[in-house]
Design a protein around this ligand. Structure first.
Ligand code: FEO
Length: 173
């Protein structure tokens, strides 16, 4: 049985993952406006993934006989300074999510809640992957450059990265 505090905290995480999904969707829209289809596709896929992160917690609460709360999602920003700023913001946001997941893990340990501790390990691994991915993209942008001449090449890089991720996902990796 989950503690009241754990149920509240997991519901807050539902809201955070939901916001992350909307934030990625907003970034997809921004890239569409720049006709950077590779980056837009990447952001759509990330938005979908975040929705799945949210739903995983939702179903976990149901499984544990607790009531999941569908959150109000605040409006994400629609404008960004430039491509590098979009990915820098993405990394910063993923780091914020990692902190929230770590706080949940600590709460589970403190409460001796082994079921939730085990459930959260998937998120710990996922956050490590997501942060690593965003860091590698920022490294690439730093190499290629962030000026208008470089946008085509950045878009191609992200497009191939996105295709590789999709292929790995469909292969069940
Ligand atoms: Fe579900 Fe990328 O945090």
């Amino acid at each position: 049985m989950l503690s009241t505090k754990m149920i509240k905290s997991l519901n807050e995480q539902i809201a955070m993952e939901g916001y992350a999904s909307f934030l990625y969707l907003s970034k997809a829209g921004w890239f569409e406006g720049k006709t950077m289809q590779g980056c837009a596709s990447f952001m759509y896929r990330q938005a979908q993934e975040e929705n799945e992160h949210m739903m995983k917690i939702f179903h976990y609460l149901v499984e544990m006989d607790a009531i999941p709360v569908v959150p109000a999602i605040k409006q994400p920003p629609a404008q960004f300074k430039d491509v590098k700023a979009v990915f820098a913001d993405t990394l910063a946001h993923e780091q914020k999510v990692t902190k929230a997941i770590n706080d949940l893990v600590e709460l589970a340990m403190k409460e001796g809640d082994h079921a939730t501790y085990g459930f959260l390990q998937w998120y710990v691994a996922e956050q490590r992957e997501e942060e690593g991915l965003m860091r590698s993209i920022l490294d690439k942008i730093n190499l290629i450059g962030n000026g208008s001449q470089s946008l085509y090449f950045i878009d191609k890089e992200i497009e191939s990265l996105n295709k590789a991720t999709l292929k790995a996902e469909s292969a069940g990796e």
